[in-house]
Design a protein around this ligand. Structure first.
Ligand SMILES: Cc1cc2nc3c(=O)[nH]c(=O)nc-3n(C[C@H](O)[C@H](O)[C@H](O)COP(=O)(O)O)c2cc1C
Length: 177
């Protein structure tokens, strides 16, 4: 049984991918795991486009390289493009009651599930918040009711080294009462 804390420590943003293809089955398993992520009122306000076609992967990579950043995505072998499905009725009602819109949090949890399952299978990922949204929408022929939430670059890490985590201390983020 994998220790979840160990897995969380191993997951890190990979910015140096190996020249090694990613197995289709591993990508499917990532989605299978993310599919069971909890969400407000079980609305599951997500879907994902898994880009693995070697003709399309470089096109997506280019669209994540605005402003000269994220150049390393040229070596990614696949991308998860996480889409928001506009929330169903129940979360909308909940949001009217206490002013919360839960879908973004649900989508964040879905994205992290994708990344942790990838890690569990020996893959490496990097979540990408900056990309050319209009051109990526065009490339993937997405309908207007499916906004892009985030892009995740996927591959195998070129090096095994795990960086120490830079995080706020526990005492700063948690209060035990
Ligand atoms: C919503 C979001 C957007 C991000 N966008 C980028 C990005 O565009 N490029 C990049 O290299 N890293 C990006 N990251 C990765 C963060 O920089 C990284 O998760 C953070 O520094 C913690 O490091 P770690 O993932 O290695 O633990 C993003 C992460 C998140 C959650």
């Amino acid at each position: 049984m994998t220790d979840f804390h160990e897995l969380a420590l191993k997951r890190q943003s990979c910015r140096d991918f190996a020249d090694r293809p990613v197995e289709h089955e591993k990508l499917v398993k990532c989605v299978e795991t993310a599919r069971i992520t909890p969400s407000a009122c079980n609305a599951q306000p997500w879907s994902v486009v898994v880009v693995e076609d070697s003709a399309v992967v470089p096109e997506v990579a280019k669209l994540t390289q605005q402003l000269g950043i994220n150049e390393y995505t040229s070596k990614a072998k696949a991308f998860f493009v996480v889409l928001e499905q506009y929330a169903k009725l129940m979360p909308k009602i909940a949001s009217l009651i206490d002013g919360q819109y839960f879908a973004k949090g649900d989508l964040g949890a879905f994205t992290v599930s994708l990344c942790l399952e990838a890690e569990a299978q020996g893959l490496a990922t990097c979540i990408l918040g900056l990309f050319d949204r209009p051109r990526l929408r065009e490339l993937l022929k997405l309908p207007p009711e499916q906004p892009i939430f985030i892009v995740v670059a996927v591959g195998y890490a070129a090096k095994d080294f795990i960086r120490p985590k830079v995080r706020k201390p526990l005492e700063e983020i948690a209060k035990f009462i």
